[in-house]
Design a protein around this ligand. Structure first.
Ligand code: PLP
Length: 217
C-alpha cells in the first residue's frame, strides 16, 4: 500500500517549501477503484477521499460510512445542477464550482438546508475549450459573485493541460487566489503533487499513486 509513501513525500515537500507540517491535505482519489483497495486505505486510518462522479460516490460511500462515519468526501469532477442537492448530502467539499447557474443552485440549497460544503472555484488555467472552469480573466468577478451570494469559497482548483509544464499553471492559480484573499489551493495529482506543494497547494488530489492504476475512468 502506497499511502505511507505518499504521506512521507508530502511531508518532505512541505519541509523543503518551508511550510508547516500538515499544511497540505491529501485527498485520496478513489474513483473507479475496487472497493477492497478503498477499504484498505480506510483501514490504514486515512479519511479524506475524492470522487469525480456523484452517481459513483452515492453508490459506494454510504456503505463505507456505516463503518467509517467520519469520512471527509470531496467532489473533484464536474457537477450538473440537477445533482447539486444530492452532492450537498454526500460531500464536505466541492472542487468544481465553475458557473453562475451552479453558484445560484448552491446558494438556494445553502439557504434551504442551512449548510454548504466548502467550495473551490475551478479555473481553466490552460483556457482549454473542452475543459471545465472559469477563465483566468473571469475568476475575480466570479469569486466576487459567489461571495455576494454568501457562498463559502474556500479556494481555487485547477487541472493543468497534460502537455504543459504544470508549475506554470499552479503559479497562475496561486496568484489568482492571493489577489482574491483565498487560502485554499486544490492542485497537484499523482505526477506533480510535489511541484504543487512548492507553489502553495493546500489540497493535493492523488489517485493512482496511492491505489494503483485505474482500469477505466
Ligand atoms: C482522477 C483525478 C485526479 C487523480 O489523478 P491521479 O493522476 O490518478 O492522481 C485528480 N484530480 C481530478 C480532478 C481527477 O479527476
Amino acid at each position: 500500500m502506497a499511502l505511507g509513501e505518499i504521506a512521507d513525500r508530502i511531508a518532505a515537500a512541505e519541509t523543503s517549501a518551508g511550510r508547516a507540517p500538515g499544511s497540505v491535505n491529501l485527498i485520496a482519489v478513489s474513483k473507479v477503484q475496487p472497493n477492497e483497495r478503498v477499504e484498505a486505505v480506510l483501514a490504514e486510518g486515512h479519511r479524506t477521499f475524492g470522487e469525480n462522479r456523484v452517481q459513483e460516490a452515492a453508490g459506494k460511500w454510504p456503505a463505507f460510512r456505516e463503518t467509517y462515519p467520519n469520512v471527509d468526501l470531496h467532489l473533484i469532477g464536474p457537477l450538473q445542477s440537477n445533482k447539486a442537492r444530492q452532492s450537498f448530502e454526500l460531500f464536505q467539499a466541492i472542487h468544481s464550482l465553475d458557473r453562475p447557474k451552479l453558484a445560484k443552485s448552491f446558494a438556494r440549497l445553502a439557504q434551504e438546508l442551512g449548510h454548504c460544503p466548502a467550495l473551490f472555484v475551478q479555473v481553466n488555467t490552460g483556457e482549454e475549450p473542452q475543459k471545465a472552469g472559469v477563465l483566468p480573466t473571469d475568476a475575480d468577478d466570479f469569486v466576487k459573485d459567489c461571495r455576494s451570494m454568501d457562498l463559502p469559497v474556500a479556494g481555487l482548483m485547477c487541472i493543468p493541460p497534460v502537455e504543459e509544464e504544470a508549475s506554470l499553471h499552479f503559479a497562475l492559480l496561486a496568484k489568482i487566489a492571493a489577489r482574491n484573499g483565498l487560502e485554499g489551493l486544490s492542485m497537484g495529482m499523482s505526477g506533480d503533487f510535489e511541484k504543487a506543494i512548492a507553489l502553495g497547494a493546500t489540497h493535493v488530489r492523488v489517485g493512482s499513486a496511492i491505489f494503483g492504476a485505474r482500469t477505466t475512468g
